[in-house]
Design a protein around this ligand. Structure first.
Ligand SMILES: [Zn+2]
Length: 54
């Protein structure tokens, strides 16, 4: 029986987006961060939030 840490399971969109290339700049990579107090995926380079949990 596998036990997998699954705290990310509630936020599949963020998990999917994290690590993707930024859509708004050439070299940025999306990383999970807090944005205005909410969980979000934000570009490490240009800081553009790709998604938020409202
Ligand atoms: Zn970017």
């Amino acid at each position: 029986m596998q036990h997998v840490a699954s705290e990310d399971a509630a936020e599949p969109l963020l998990v999917t987006l994290a690590g993707d290339d930024c859509r708004w700049c050439a070299s940025g990579t999306l990383a999970r961060e807090q944005f205005k107090g909410d969980d979000a995926v934000v570009c490490e380079d240009c800081g553009t939030p790709a998604a938020r949990v409202w």
